[in-house]
Design a protein. Sequence first.
Length: 401
Amino acid sequence: MNSKDYRSTLGGVTPSPAWRERTLAAMEQAQGQKRPSRKPLAIAATAAVLAVAVTGGVWLSGRTEVDPDGPGTARTPEPVVTPTPTIDPEWIYFETFSIVTDPSQLMGNNPTAGRLEELTELPVYENPIPTEDQQRVLLNHLAEELGCTIAETDWSPGTGEETMGREPILEAECTDGTQLRLRGVYSLQIYDSPDLAAVTETVRSYLIYNDMTPEEMLSSSNIPPQTSQETLEDYAYTGESMPTQATFLLDPDATLEEQIYSYSFQRMEVRNNSLTLYLQPGASVGTYPLRSPDDALDSFRSWDYWGSSFTYHPEDAQIIFVSLEYDISMGQPYFQPVYRILFTQDYWDMADRMFDGVDPSPFMGVGVAYVPAIDPKYQDEVPYRRYFNDGLAHHIPEELA
């Protein structure tokens, strides 16, 4: 990552000095204060857009409604998590969320849109812990596919809390300056390439043809897999747009189970000056029944959810959209499906978030909560984890902690 990208990234996760000063001053007076009065949610102009853009994904207001033609959602760049203050839990300054101008910017094209009720069970996959030699073999193969010549490498064992040690990192610098970072055996990050557009096209071809033999590639009767795209977009505190463009395999004739597999594991994402290629997981450890979307929403509203987005009042959150995907964030002992819940709160005030000099009126906050989709009775068999800032990002009632 070059210095410009680094500063840009920091701008998206660092509150403004004025925000910090206002927050610290307010905290001194926060004890005993009641929750501020509700303000009307400023998305009236958005609603008309979403009536078209969300033509029935799963637009929720307390219950699940299904319309088969709407877009789905995808993984979201994680916002910064500020430590929870030791003050009255009614105080809401430290709630965390992504910044957008329209909720549809974080919806994407998930194939489960409007089809959640079709899925009653899904496989769970291993996240194997590779040896250094296994990573080197894989990275050498991927570098060859990319046309990169590795000049030097650096290997780091996995570290961190509990299962975070599952992802040792093997980094490589190529002779043309391209940097490669292999995390475990399921993702490869490519950055500082002198020609990112060419690398992107090469990786796209790799996605399409990776599972095909040379004979299949040359066969005139063989039709290469199709790809689909989605763009997710959030904003820094400076108001700067930070889009993520993703490409994934899509076979419209495949089963929904096969489509969600490709959406999660056979994809690449481009953000800033880097590209991430997601690789296929280990073997399936079994197929497990799913909890219902309504049950997942009940879990979120009762303070049992995961992710870097945080709200003190999930019971009052306005649910925007729900989809299903495999969680492939770092530290997963198993790759398993999760419900991804897009939500907002009507009291989130962007004036307290944006840098001084940035007009807050175009922006709004949208949170993303994750709830494991596997029936909770199998939690001990296939435990779920989600980490952020080297700690578990699990939000549960204090009495259950």
